[in-house]
Ligand binder design. Structure first.
Ligand SMILES: [Zn+2]
Length: 77
């Protein structure tokens, strides 16, 4: 099954049977899991919109498609 189809199915099955959670990645359907943020300019350039929720893995993958390698480090809130 193609990745896009799996993501679509996961998102729709989650919506139908699990309710919609604002903590779900809109690209892959996985729980976001971590509290994280990106600089606004970087987010807008990579995501193409100031809105949305994306997990760290998808954001990292997206950055790599633009040739950007990100370094992740823990930060105390
Ligand atoms: Zn994701």
């Amino acid at each position: 099954m193609r990745k896009g189809v799996r993501c679509w199915l996961r998102l729709h099955l989650r919506f139908l049977f699990g309710g919609w959670s604002p903590e779900v990645c809109r690209r892959c359907g996985a729980d976001v899991g971590l509290v994280w943020s990106a600089p606004n300019e970087m987010w807008n350039a990579l995501v193409g919109s100031p809105n949305g929720i994306i997990c760290v893995k998808c954001f990292d993958r997206l950055a790599r498609t633009f040739g950007i390698i990100l370094r992740w480090r823990p930060e105390v809130l």
